[in-house]
Design a protein around this ligand. Structure first.
Ligand SMILES: *Cc1c(COP(=O)(O)O)cnc(C)c1O
Length: 462
């Protein structure tokens, strides 16, 4: 019985995988305010040019800089675990594996992109990075990366999480960052929202507007903005998760997985694990690949494929993606990292192609799954991660009904040690099932009516 598979530091991948090189149908371009495709220089006030180049690259393999590899080695390669105890509790013939990204110092997959993003900014001469954070995971990952590379970091944290998760703010401060609640009075975007919605719990869309505004209004030109998910370069950096997983499975003689699962907020940990397997599927492999979202924020399962802004104040270009509308304020659930109105364009395109099959799961089923996982495997999952676990359990039960010895791989995106108040509410029976009703979806989506529509291009192969 081998419970964990490790790679040596020498065996760590030296290149990221760019799925843009292999997509069977082309991506629709991001559009500017005039409705025309944006050019790289239009993004220059927001991101450094070396990151913009990655954002638009279609090169299949991109080298990971040596210094970045050196920092990633502080916690990578991350272990791949076999969930023997969970399998036993479920009585399933399936073999369940999980890739454990909770071993990074901030506790999630997010430093996999925070480190290279901070590094490329530094190479470009940038001194300060602004960002938003939902549950606090991204803010703490970027604070961690900036402290290791000697950059200033300012984080706008969604109000509801700021109030619910004071320890995340303290982590950011320990790594030398400043963290304020969003909406704040420091930006025009924040002040406008506060004037119309003084009691708003905030949203990632609002916090993104604030962080971009704070970056582009720095007259010295030495501040840029950083986004923790959604964009192509973030998906790229996260592919180290799936590339390591494939090597680890090969090490124990597994050539073919049947099911790959990840939870999806903006899509990055899912894409990071799944895209190397999506590549196999494009080239003929038979794999069920499942991104999982909450029923309270059903971007992929109910949101239309549209051109939409990534933020509430419409500062970002229009991205072709599944979206609930940039004005949509998701209900305040504990899985804060999954409260986002849009889905990464690259993930959206794999949905359109039928290469991946999204699923929405209710929060009560997710907490049930999280508690079963904690009591069998021992690690307390982040509320976001519990969505992947719940789907893996559904698949393991299905394998039992079908008496099939399937191989299931899921992404363990982070631990929940900073999220115990959600568990408290669950144990007190205060968490209720909640699916976003159709009636709540209408108005934010109607706002998109005046915007251009992306072409839906699919080959029909999957
Ligand atoms: C942020 C976060 C997520 C969701 O973000 P993605 O970009 O979709 O990966 C999932 N799990 C954890 C633990 C997170 O911190």
């Amino acid at each position: 019985m081998q419970t964990k598979v490790y790679l040596t530091e020498d065996e760590m991948p030296r290149q990221w995988y760019n799925i843009a090189a292999d997509l069977p149908s082309p991506m629709q371009p991001p559009l500017g305010p005039d409705g025309k495709p944006i050019t790289p220089d239009m993004l220059a006030p927001v991101f450094p040019m070396n990151i913009i180049e990655q954002e638009v690259s279609t090169q299949r393999w991109i080298d990971i800089p040596e210094e970045v590899l050196g920092i990633l080695c502080k916690w990578r390669p991350s272990p791949l675990h076999r969930a023997y105890a969970l399998e036993k509790a479920l009585g399933t013939p399936a073999r369940i594996y999980y890739k454990n990204e909770s071993v990074s110092p901030p506790g999630s997959h997010k430093p996999n992109t925070a480190v290279p993003q901070a590094w490329y900014n530094k190479q470009f001469g940038i001194k300060k990075i602004t960002t938003e954070t939902g549950a606090g995971q991204w803010g703490s990952a970027l604070a961690f990366a900036c402290s290791l590379l000697g950059l200033e970091c300012k984080v706008f944290m969604v109000r509801i999480s700021f109030d619910q998760k004071p320890f995340r703010k303290l982590m950011m401060e320990t790594w030398g960052a400043t963290c304020i609640a969003s909406p704040s009075t420091e930006t025009n975007a924040g002040r406008q929202i506060l004037a119309s919605h003084p009691d708003t719990p905030g949203s990632l869309g609002i916090a993104i507007s604030e962080a971009i505004e704070a970056a582009v209004t720095d007259k010295t030109g030495s501040t840029r903005y950083s986004l923790g998910s959604v964009l192509n370069h973030v998906m790229l950096h996260q592919t180290i998760i799936g590339l390591e997983s494939k090597k680890q499975l090969e090490k124990i003689g597994i050539k073919q997985v049947d099911v790959v699962i990840g939870c999806a907020g903006g899509g990055s940990n899912f894409a990071g694990l799944a895209f190397p397997f999506v590549n196999d599927k494009i080239h003929g492999a038979s794999i069920d690949i499942i991104p999982v979202e909450p029923t309270s924020c059903p971007t992929m399962t109910k949101g239309p494929f549209v051109y939409d802004h990534g933020d509430t104040a419409k500062m970002t270009p229009l991205l072709p993606m599944h979206s609930l509308g940039h004005d949509f304020i998701p209900p305040p659930i504990h899985a804060g990292g999954l409260r986002y109105h849009g889905m990464a364009p690259l993930v959206s395109q794999t949905i359109i192609e039928g290469l991946v099959t999204p699923r929405a799961i209710d929060q009560v089923e997710c907490y049930d799954a999280a508690v079963l996982f904690a009591r069998t495997e021992g690690i307390i999952p982040a509320p976001e991660t519990s969505h992947a676990i719940a789907a893996a359990i559904q698949e393991a039960r299905k394998a039992k009904e079908e008496a099939k010895e399937k191989v299931i791989l899921f992404g363990f995106s982070g631990h929940g040690l900073m999220d115990l108040s959600g568990y408290d509410r669950f144990f007190q029976g205060k968490l209720v099932s909640y699916s976003l009703p159709e009636s709540e979806m209408g108005s934010a989506i109607r706002e998109l009516n005046g915007l251009p529509r992306p072409k839906v291009v699919r080959t029909g192969k999957w």
